[in-house]
Design a protein. Structure first.
Length: 155
């Protein structure tokens, strides 16, 4: 078996740098309100709203935020890129799997796109072209994209 030079999953934080922290904040706020109820609210609540409704709302917000984080996490864990000596293998899917194997010798062009925030987070989007005008493979949010590009272009 050939040596593995790169083995990574996309990063949830690198793909969604604003949404992921927001969901964690909503999760913590939901837990906080579910535990404390209306004790954290400095103004008195109107008559129909009581501490029980605030606790239920906190549970709903926290539960939805946790569900969204789990969906995003599973989506990133279901994608996997491995670069060996002579091939690149992209695996996509959780229950049903799709495999894309590309011989490194057939790669014509590698395009790397990094926004400013992606450069700060050391992430990037890679497009790999083998033949034709359309990319054979597009991968978003991979860590160390410059190293990845160099590994592919080296062959």
């Amino acid at each position: 078996m050939s040596e593995i030079h790169y083995d990574a999953h996309p990063s949830m934080l690198r793909i969604r740098p604003f949404s992921t922290p927001l969901m964690f904040i909503l999760l913590l706020a939901g837990i906080l309100f579910a535990v404390t109820g209306a004790a954290l609210i400095p103004v008195p609540l109107p008559e129909p709203l009581d501490a029980r409704i605030v606790k239920i709302a906190g549970l709903v917000v926290g539960g939805l935020a946790l569900l969204q984080l789990c969906v995003w996490w599973l989506a990133t864990r279901s994608d996997h890129l491995v670069i060996r000596d002579d091939e690149l293998v992209w695996t996509h899917g959780l229950l049903s799997k799709n495999y894309t194997e590309i011989k490194l010798s057939s790669v014509r062009t590698v395009r790397l796109h990094q926004s400013l925030l992606q450069r700060i987070l050391n992430a990037g989007d890679i497009k790999i072209y083998t033949s034709g005008d359309d990319p054979e493979l597009i991968v978003r949010g991979l860590p160390n994209p410059n190293r990845l590009r160099e590994l592919i272009k080296r062959n």
